[in-house]
Design a binder for this molecule. Structure first.
Ligand code: ZN
Length: 108
């Protein structure tokens, strides 16, 4: 997977972001483990619906995830992290359908 990081605002070159900046402060304070926060996250598989529908098990398509956040200095929204990878179609596991009285937590 290719990861592209933009560690500063493209407009003012500020380095602090609203959501992820606050999240990283919580990490720094030891209150939570490492995690990413963002204003929005877009994920998409790249391909036409026909290509996606006809994908065979084991075949892959490119997939991109973009994390955006706002610069606290100037308010510019920008993509601070872009992940470019792929997804592989897997075999679907069979779904076990149980009547309500046999579902986990309701077994007696
Ligand atoms: Zn900025």
């Amino acid at each position: 997977m290719q990861v592209i990081k933009h560690e500063e605002c493209p407009q003012c070159h500020g380095k602090q972001t609203a959501f992820n900046g606050a999240a990283q402060q919580l990490v720094k304070d030891g209150r939570v483990k490492q995690f990413l926060a963002c204003a929005s996250r877009y994920s998409s598989v790249i391909g036409t619906q026909e290509v996606i529908d006809n994908l065979k098990v084991g075949e892959s398509l490119p997939a991109i995830t973009i994390y955006t956040d706002a610069c606290v200095k100037c308010g510019c929204m920008y993509a601070y992290l872009i992940e470019i990878g792929s997804v592989t179609k897997r075999e679907k596991k069979p779904t076990l359908i149980l009547p309500p009285n046999r579902r986990p937590g309701n077994l007696s």
